[in-house]
Design a protein around this ligand. Sequence first.
Ligand SMILES: [Zn+2]
Length: 419
Amino acid sequence: MVDAHTLLTVNEDRLVSDLEELGRFGRNEQGGVDRESFSQTDQEARRWLISRCQEAGLEVRTDSIGNMVISSPVLEAAAPDKAPVWSGSHIDAVPNGGIFDGPLGSLAAVECLRRLHETQTPLARPVQAVVFSDEEGSYASLLGSTALTHGFTTEQLSDLSSRYGQPLAEALPAAGGDLAGAAELKLAPGSVHASVELHIEQGPVLEETGTQIGVVTAIVTMGGGTVRFTGKADHAGTTPLDRRQDASLAAAQFILALPQKVRAISPDAVATTGIIRVEPSSANVVPESVEIVVDFRDPSREKAEQLKTAVLEAAQAAADEHSVRFTDGLKPLVDGAVMDSGIRQVIAEVAAGHLFSTMDIPSGAGHDSQNMAAIAPTGMIFVPSTGGHSHSPAEHTPWPDVIRGANTLLGTLTALAKE
Ligand SMILES: [Zn+2]
């Protein structure tokens, strides 16, 4: 599978300047990027990307929910009716996000397609670049790829609104999409031959181990929701300690119990209690209720289920100990995905061909690839994130790492498109 064609390399200057240019759309005073899907800024960025593709002789089709599929007339004509190899990511950003999370995988895919197009590399099937809409989930997590892989009903889409309260039913048509069409996008299995996404790691492991390329093994299954403890509000001065039902004590015990329980389940598991809301939140009132937002993740679905059970048991034990009530507000697990073993092997072989160091690594973050894995063999390539930072202006990946990632992607796509 891996031959001389898989050592074709990207145009480094072109990719770097594309990343820098896209990073200017929505740049704010803190040096971060505000680029919510379907916003004015997002539409300007899309128009820029479309013109970059057209300059290279590529064609861009935007579907009803704003996913962009970019193709080469040369590659399409050479292998008509063959299911394409897809590669892509997203160009929307979290509020005050960085310039690499999403744009790297999107623009590297476009650069790979451009190279295959201009070199007229002989392939058995076309490669297409994809930009999924609203990966960061202002409206719904992984919105665009979910529409393609799992589908939405018009009613489900009508119920969605952005993190700022804007209904999708207004934002989507304003950005050129349409709600009814967005409910008809689900792809048939087999319509995509394989899918590969390049992404920044968003964690510290590759940098700390001095590894150039991460071969993603699995994307975590995510769980979470709220755990609420309800006791009794009382006067903070006149109620003796042993007469109280203090919800904050149960909350504290619960939070402290979690790390040990999580470690006992799996070395890859994590749990976070990122939001704590105390009611009535008054210095002279015994806390009546504490609501904690919990997030927990593991690459294995089975372990994630065990985590959920452990969270509920820890909460119940804490509630019992402090004579308060516990309410379970955890949501159903969001499935991750195991990456295709054949594609993992191709990624590792291509990277080795370039003499890049590699390691297997799970993804602790969610990605569109977890959706693509439901309809096609899917792989992901990680490159290092400086300091492990992401979703902030500090997000950074050195250019040599960007280029190594893009060249690994290009070789992988070439090998898969020769099948
Ligand atoms: Zn991303």
